[in-house]
Design a protein around this ligand. Structure first.
Ligand code: GDP
Ligand code: PGA
Ligand code: MN
Ligand code: MN
Length: 606
């Protein structure tokens, strides 16, 4: 018996229409709404979220048109152990991803979706990642039973009827994203402010261009355009089509000589991408503008250079640590409002606060559990992975090129992570192959952006460990291959950086944030061929006098220690790299093994 479901909107895209009807019949929502993206629609959705207790509206004079949300305390981060790449062949997912046979996974999940939207509205969100005017626009549709997801997707991606119309014209292919919080409501059952399910699955079917996400409302698990599509599924598309989908910010830098360089940088989650993308240089005459803060899609242009676009429309930034002294651009951005704040503390006068926003906390707050908090309270007021979700167009330093579907030509790629020891402030790779080796062995202390232990060193190749949609050895081979087929003189230089090295007493050796512009300046001088460097077993290091530390009030020994290559630390690092490479067995590209051998030889020859 097919129940008559109230539906608002619809499509002439026959295949999409059939899929939406199939999902609705199975998940049995009360109504189906095709999301238009209009202002009136979002006003109504926000009002519903306020009525449901999910959102609290912030004071208009503090953060206009902005909302505060508290998640279920168990639903605060990406769940990597519940994330699967269900490729047809197991070897196409391995060895770094969870895998299950696609049919087996569907047999397990489809019953979970049965009736999972009961008592709720099913929203259909047409979206495009990247520009609608791109040569080959990358469409998606997310079906979700979460109004919070709709409100967030409207900030994070280009969504709505104008996208759907273009999809219809072309009867275009698209990525199918199916999301349910997994909390059906029985007749008359009262809802909770943050519905979710203890059972969570974040599942990708790369051959079918499909994503099924169940049980979580958290950003990285539920906003399917972001990590699931623009990284995991897109990395597979990129492998097949000869481009790169990477976990990188894109920064435009203008030197005092008016040279423009675009730099991409890849750091694991919560390791400084958003901050670097919004950097305010502390050195005179340098200007920085933002193109992207989390994801870069890169392909070679006709001129042989590597061009990057930011496929996103918003920022989903780590709140704690963001303040006037560290990231004034982010503070100016959120001040303009139109934002969603999740799992941060609320002030009594209708604003938000989190650790690091100001030196002194307010005397009283409502913490991320919804409880009274004072500076004497145990634990932080905001969850360490609490987030702001803000339209990218509000960033005062946004570069005009953000709107260019052709993207920007990349001069340098930086890789980095959080390492207390071993990794110097900046190292330049010898060439693309060596840079790929460095990236494939990238390591970082884990953060609160994913569930699990925090502060444990793990290998996170290209900062893509949780986001590679296919076999890691094939992914490394793809990087090497692209480098080989390109004109070497036009390839971006590859650098390794570490803002997080510490002294014996645990203090950061390098002040970071705006001062990172000093490292960017050295990189540009290397690109322009203006300075020499010291060759070391791990790559080129700056001559200490070439790092501009003018006006930096810092003990000179800290700078020296931050820059230092320490052979003993590297002797200890090599076995860890070897152990990491063992994971890949024979599949590991020979070029990476060669690079490891070169590193060992050079260390031995010290
Ligand atoms: P993303 O998740 O990679 O975009 O990282 P964010 O830029 O949001 O930064 C994550 C956390 O690292 C925040 O708490 C920042 O305050 C902190 N952070 C960012 N850049 C630096 C830096 O240069 N030095 C130090 N010490 N902390 C930083
Ligand atoms: P991040 O993005 O890299 O800015 O932390 C979210 C995530 O990776 O979970
Ligand atoms: Mn990220
Ligand atoms: Mn970020």
């Amino acid at each position: 018996m097919q129940q008559q479901m109230q539906t608002t909107g619809g499509t002439t895209h026959a295949e999409l229409d059939a899929w939406v009807k199939e999902v609705a019949a199975h998940t049995r929502p009360d109504r189906v709404v095709w999301v238009t993206g209009s202002d009136e629609e979002i006003e109504q959705i926000n009002a519903e979220l306020v009525a449901a207790g999910t959102f609290t509206k912030l004071a208009e004079d503090k953060k206009p048109n902005s909302y505060h949300a508290l998640s279920d305390p168990q639903d605060v981060a990406r769940v990597e152990d519940r994330t699967y790449i269900c490729s047809v062949e197991e070897k196409d997912a391995g060895p770094t991803n969870n895998w299950m046979d696609p049919q087996e996974m569907k047999d397990l999940l489809w019953p979970l979706f049965e009736g999972s939207m009961a008592g709720r509205t099913m929203y259909v969100i047409p979206f495009v990642m990247g520009h609608l005017e791109a040569d080959d626009p990358k469409f998606g549709v997310e079906i979700t039973d979460s109004a919070y997801v709709v409100a967030s997707m409207r900030i994070m991606a280009r969504i709505g009827t104008n996208i759907l119309r273009v999809m219809e014209e072309k009867q275009a292919p698209y990525v199918k994203g199916l999301h349910s919080v997994g909390a059906p409501l029985a007749e008359g059952q009262e809802d909770v402010p943050w519905p979710c399910n203890e059972t969570k699955y974040i599942v990708h079917f790369p051959e079918e261009l499909a994503i099924w996400s169940y049980g979580s409302g958290y950003g990285g698990n539920a906003l399917l355009g972001k990590k699931c599509y623009a990284l995991r599924i897109a990395s597979v598309m990129a492998r097949d089509e000869g481009w790169l989908a990477e976990h990188m910010l894109i920064l435009k830098l203008t030197s005092p000589q008016d040279e423009v360089h675009y730099i991409a940088a890849s750091f694991p989650s919560a390791c400084g991408k958003t901050n670097l993308a919004m950097i305010q240089p502390t050195i005179p005459g340098w200007k920085a503008e933002l193109v992207g803060d989390d994801i870069a899609w890169m392909r070679f242009g006709e001129d042989g250079r590597l061009y990057a676009v930011n496929p996103e429309f918003g920022l989903f930034g780590v709140a704690p640590g963001t303040g006037r002294s560290t990231n004034p651009v982010a503070m100016d951005t959120i001040e303009r409002g139109n934002s969603i704040f999740t799992n941060v503390a609320r002030t009594l006068d209708g604003d938000v606060w989190w650790e690091g926003m100001t030196d002194e906390p307010p005397a009283e707050l409502v913490d991320w559990h919804g409880e009274r908090w004072t500076p004497e309270s145990e634990g932080p007021s905001s969850h360490p992975n609490s987030r702001f979700c803000t339209p990218i167009r509000q960033v005062p330093t946004i570069a005009d090129e953000y709107d260019d579907p052709r993207g920007v030509p990349i001069s340098a790629i930086m890789f980095g992570g959080r390492r207390k020891t071993t990794i110097p402030l900046v190292t330049e790779s010898r060439d693309w192959q060596h840079g790929t080796f460095i990236a494939s062995t990238l390591s970082s202390e884990t953060t609160a952006a994913a569930t699990g232990a925090v502060g444990v060193v793990r290998r996170d190749p290209m900062a893509m460990l949780p986001f590679m949609g296919y076999n890691a050895s094939d992914y490394f081979a793809h990087w090497l291959e692209l480098g080989k087929s390109a004109d070497a003189s036009k390839l971006p230089k590859i650098f390794l950086v570490n803002w997080f090295r510490r002294g014996d007493d645990g203090r950061f050796l390098w002040p970071g944030f705006g001062e990172n512009s000093r490292v960017l300046k050295w990189m540009v001088e290397r690109i322009e061929g203006r300075v020499d460097a010291t060759e070391s077993p791990i790559g080129y290091l700056p001559h200490p006098e070439d790092l501009d530390i003018d006006g930096l009030s810092l003990p000179e020994e800290d700078v020296t220690a931050a820059l230092a290559f320490d052979p003993e630390e590297w002797e200890a690092e090599v076995p860890l790299i070897k152990e990491w490479f063992e994971k890949f067995g024979e599949e590991l590209p020979a070029a990476l093994r060669d690079e490891l051998a070169i590193l060992e030889q050079r260390l031995a020859g010290q």
